[in-house]
Design a protein around this ligand. Structure first.
Ligand code: F6R
Length: 245
């Protein structure tokens, strides 16, 4: 794993955007894996700015998001479909038909899991997957204890994840308790992974990732088994940690 240490959230967002833009320019048909949450918002802002200023085109890019809440239709302001449209897709020239997010509001969710996993395979897999990390080490919504062999599946969210995500809702009771997420094995299949880590509240998770064992009780630790992972982490997240790049 290569670790790039940056000053703060703004620099992390800028560096991450530069990284993605370079990959899109090298391969305009790239399959990008995308994340939601607070961490990538600044990266997406930088992508939009660059698109407006330099005309980087996403017309032929296909995207696959990691996860979606169960029970929220895409029109719901807290759904990840709504988030992606608002934070990125509506402001660049991407074809919305090429943006894929697992659906959280259909009857047969088991079939949706299989459809999504299959869809990614049919597109030849993800070239570059963007990830954030939960303070409990989750990636996607794969909470501690998830099998490293998991493919897209339904999860019950950990209480710590519900509490952490309550900031996007009016009340903690409104946060869905279940989600559909790419599995650990689905994530590991991507050719390259870019993990973004910012803030003091992620310091412990980053420390466990860099210095701990590879174990299903800490999902992100599986990234050590992947041959091409880059971590961009800011000073607040790295402070005092031994970083071997
Ligand atoms: C989001 C996702 C999650 C987040 C993680 C960190 O699609 O899959 O794993 O990346 O919960 O969230 P933030 O960035 O809000 O700290």
């Amino acid at each position: 794993m290569k670790v790039i240490e940056v000053k703060d959230y703004a620099e992390m967002s800028q560096k991450a955007a530069e990284y993605i833009i370079q990959k899109v320019c090298q391969n305009p048909r790239i399959k990008l894996g995308l994340a939601t949450g607070g961490t990538p918002i600044g990266t997406y802002k930088n992508l939009i700015e660059d698109h407006k200023k330099n005309g980087t085109s996403y017309q032929n890019v296909t995207t696959f998001n990691l996860d979606e809440y169960i029970g929220l239709p895409g029109e719901n302001k807290n759904s990840y479909r709504y988030y992606m449209n608002e934070q990125l897709f509506n402001h660049i020239d991407i074809n919305l038909n090429k943006t894929n997010i697992p659906k959280g509001d259909i009857k047969d969710m088991e079939a949706e899991c299989l459809r999504y996993e299959d869809l990614i395979s049919k597109h030849g897999g993800i070239d570059l997957q963007i990830l954030g990390i939960g303070s409990n080490g989750h990636i996607g919504f794969n909470e501690p204890g998830t099998s490293f062999n998991s493919i897209t599946h339904i999860v019950k969210l950990a209480q710590s994840t519900i509490n952490a995500n309550a900031r996007f809702f009016n009340r903690v009771e409104e946060v869905p308790t279940k989600a559909i997420t790419m599995g650990i094995s689905s994530i590991l299949k991507s050719k390259e992974i870019l993990l973004l880590v910012s803030g003091e509240n992620k310091k412990e998770a980053l420390s466990k990732l860099l210095n701990g064992e590879i174990n299903e009780s800490f999902p992100a630790s599986v990234l050590k088994n992947h041959p091409c992972v880059t971590i961009i982490a800011d000073k607040a997240a790295v402070a005092g940690l031994k970083v071997h790049s």
